[in-house]
Design a protein around this ligand. Sequence first.
Ligand SMILES: [Zn+2]
Length: 278
Amino acid sequence: MNRRRLASTAFMLAALSLAAAQGLFQQSAAMRLKQAFNAPEISYLLLDARSGETLAQQWPDADKPIPLGSLVKPFTALAYRAGHSGAFPGFQCDGKQCWRPGGHGKIGLREAIAQSCNEYFRKLAAFVKADSSERIAHDYSIAPPPAGSGSGAMVGECGEWKISPMAMAHAYLRLLDAPNDPVGKILLAGMSESADLGTSLRVSAVIGRHRALAKTGTAPCTHDRHTPGDGFTIVMWPAEQPRYLLLVRLHGEPGSHAAGIAGRMVRTLEETRVADAD
Ligand SMILES: [Zn+2]
């Protein structure tokens, strides 16, 4: 066998063993998650951030549009940008229309994503025209907010804007595609801050700081066994160049609690990966 052929055979074998290892990870990841997180209150989707492939799923009807609460906020920001040039405005949050009593004070886009400030996004959405939100929804392959809906829908309140969990997971992966886009950069920085000290704080409480990007949401419950609300968290990790995306829904709890489950799932998956590499 000549040298070139030998090299290409070695390359092929390496690629095959990598594919086998990835396949193994996929199998054991799906199994570990199923063992440890099979409670009926928990739904999840695990995606490969590079290929978009679904690695694990415990979510019946993941293609059915449902309210996902504040997970829509990055797309509201992008819809604003579609109609405006220049820097994003700052707004005053006095808490009257925000989940946080007393408000967030003067707040900009990055912190508004990290803290999921409703008042910031209500004020921003007031400047967003319907054709901009439709364009962004089309670009990111998610359902647009319903015609005639107001800024509440663009904040993710009232359960008006419905998007399928699978489509939302893929739309978040698309946010990773343009790391040098100025707005994309702010959104990802906001999600890093969310995981470290914002509404997704429980993610870093489990896996440590600077390890993930995250965003939470809370929306009206869509289960048959009805509760006032369901919590959602999207986590993408490792923070510097995400390889995985996990979308978690926790029945009957707010998004900040879903973040704790998401953090535990990430830890479980990381342990699985280490075990596979042994
Ligand atoms: Zn606020």
